[in-house]
Write a protein that binds this ligand. Sequence first.
Ligand code: NI
Length: 169
Amino acid sequence: MSKLDIITIPDPILREISTPIERVDDDVRQLMDDMLETMYDAPGVGLAAIQVGVPKRLLVLDVADEEEGPKPFFMANPEIVRLGDTTRVHEEGCLSIPGIHVEIERPGDVVVRYVDRRGEPQELAANGLLATAIQHELDHLDGRLIIDFMSRLKRDMVIRKFKKQARVD
Ligand code: NI
């Protein structure tokens, strides 16, 4: 396994729409494993392939706490098939926008359909942090970021800050 570089704003690739995975083969599994290692190292609870520069509908997640031990999910072509009626508010961060947190209200439970690491179709009912993380990562696949939930003024401020930083680096 190897650690990958995480792309940060304002890189325009983060706004791209990711395309479906045709087949979960060894190359895809390798990417899944590298993404998981990259996410654990960051550390974060979710990572979409576009965040490592691959515009494919692929994400990894693990919201388990240390006591529970690792409980990774690998999702190719994830699709939400049901959204619950209740909502959940969470202060979300993003590995592509380090240091920024945005309070976001989303449906509190979801049912997601995806293809797993073995290429098998799965359906998962999730709530709590996992439901929030799934929706956050799915947003990435459509080029949507947590700063899009901010007011225009605040969003522009964040983008300016990161543009300035990118020039210094
Ligand atoms: Ni993110």
